[in-house]
Write a protein that binds this ligand. Structure first.
Ligand code: MG
Length: 442
């Protein structure tokens, strides 16, 4: 220290301030540019009630999804990706907050006459907005329909879409005509559903073009293929899988248009595109519902068909191409992933259940085993740990009992092996007990 050259304080300060001033003058634009380069854009497509078996790259032979398949070919496809709930509202609550829906109190499907919604939560859009992102929600929101619950009150600069599901116009409830909204204004009611997917696509493309010079987050929760199914004339009768197939093929077209736009604008290498669904197929709708492929059951259940979803991540140069990843992950992980990639932080004042799984997307690293909980409304219905899934189900006499499935050997949950594996059950039970202690009101 003693041998250090002594800089006269006055000059030093003067020099530094000049340097800072120069840097600051320079930085406003330069930093914005550098930041924009560094921070990736995000496009998150979230279908409604799309089944695990409804895409070509997940085994469908009836529905043609060339654009989604190309995304998987150029990116990474997850085989064991979950939604945190088997129905719309809680699934989206978890996606937006990174927290199991019980933590935000949104454990059931909200109806048009509900006065509750997302409150006191930090959404992924809010975190990204703080990091300088432009944010848009284009599609179905379903986290409350009062102004204080709408996307524009939860981190989104722009909202175009429906506040809830496309079947929520029931006379017995005196539901109003289903509204299409821009911002907080109703611009059409009842919404014309035939052209909805195309109009969402146009809106998304417009938003991307208008925000091409700064980082953006486009959340595109399609209204389809939730029943009632609608497509425009030009997509009608295309698919071997009837109207349901036409609807999914329209969504595939939509993705193709968005990818074309990103390419034309030179943004493809700096945009992480993700494609998934909020919950499994609505099997009760028969032909109008989707397919869970090899999985058991569908929407509304805590079997795999209700909660395991397609998930594709595409980001040339960052996410390996053509890879199939079998690591379990969930839509709770989206908030930590996007926050981290944007240089932000997940909230420290509350429990965040999602994990930053960027390593499994970008460099094929394994993540340590962790428990994933399947929530059925406010209850813990099952836990997955590694290859094992333990369900907590009522038997015929109404008593709780455990079922055990080996998901690696038996993806269709056909064989309950609880009776042969009492030690495994004893190992899994404490995971549920520990988790339960963290839940509100427990
Ligand atoms: Mg849904």
């Amino acid at each position: 220290m003693s041998s250090a050259v002594k800089i006269p304080r006055r000059n030093f300060l003067k020099g530094s301030l000049a340097a800072i001033a120069a840097a600051t003058m320079f930085s406003k634009e330069a930093l914005a540019g550098a930041e924009a380069k560094r921070q990736p854009n995000f496009v998150l497509i979230n279908c409604d009630d799309l089944g695990y078996g409804d895409l070509g790259c997940y085994g469908s032979e009836l529905i043609a999804t060339p654009n989604i398949d190309a995304l998987a070919k150029g990116g990474t496809r997850l085989t064991d990706f979950y939604s945190c709930a088997a129905v719309c509202t809680p699934s989206r609550a978890g996606l937006m907050t990174g927290r199991y829906p019980l933590r935000s109190g949104l454990t059931r499907v909200l109806l048009p006459n509900d006065t509750i919604g997302i409150t006191n939560e930090v959404t992924v859009a809010e975190i990204l907005k703080q990091r300088g992102y432009s944010t848009a929600c284009i599609g179905k929101w379903h986290l409350g329909c009062l102004p204080k619950h709408l996307p524009t009150s939860h981190g989104f600069d722009y909202f175009y879409g429906l506040p809830y599901s496309n079947d929520m116009q029931k006379e017995h409830r005196k539901d109003p005509p289903i509204p299409l909204m821009r911002g907080n204004e109703i611009i059409e009611a009842p919404v014309v559903q035939e052209t909805l997917t195309e109009r969402y696509t146009e809106e998304a493309i417009k938003f991307i073009k208008n925000n091409k010079k700064r980082p953006f987050f486009v959340y595109l929760p399609h209204t389809m293929p939730h029943v009632p199914l609608h497509v425009s004339e030009r997509f009608k009768g295309r698919s071997k899988r009837g109207l349901y197939g036409d609807v999914v093929e329209t969504i595939d077209w939509s993705l193709g248009e968005i990818m074309k736009t990103l390419k034309e604008l030179g943004l493809e290498e700096n945009t992480l595109v993700m494609f998934t669904s909020d919950n499994g197929p609505w099997l009760q709708k028969k032909e109008d519902g989707g397919s869970a492929g090899p999985l058991r059951a569908g929407k509304g259940t805590q079997y795999e068909g209700g909660m395991r979803e397609p998930f594709i991540a595409y980001w040339p140069g960052h996410v390996p191409a053509g890879r199939v990843c079998v690591e379990p992950a969930s839509n709770l992980d989206i908030l930590p992933i996007l926050s981290t990639l944007a240089g932000g932080k997940v909230p420290a004042d509350r429990i965040i259940d999602g994990r930053n799984i960027t390593p499994i997307l970008t460099d094929a690293s394994d993540m340590p085993d962790y428990p994933f909980f399947y929530m059925g409304g406010p209850s813990i219905a099952a836990v997955r740990y590694g290859r094992w899934k333990m369900r907590i189900a009522k038997n015929d006499e109404g008593k709780f009992q455990h079922e055990l499935y080996d998901l690696k050997a038996d993806i269709g949950e056909t064989k309950n092996i609880a009776a042969e594996n009492p030690k495994l059950i004893e190992k899994l039970k404490p995971l549920v007990d520990e988790f339960r202690k963290t839940l509100p009101g427990k």
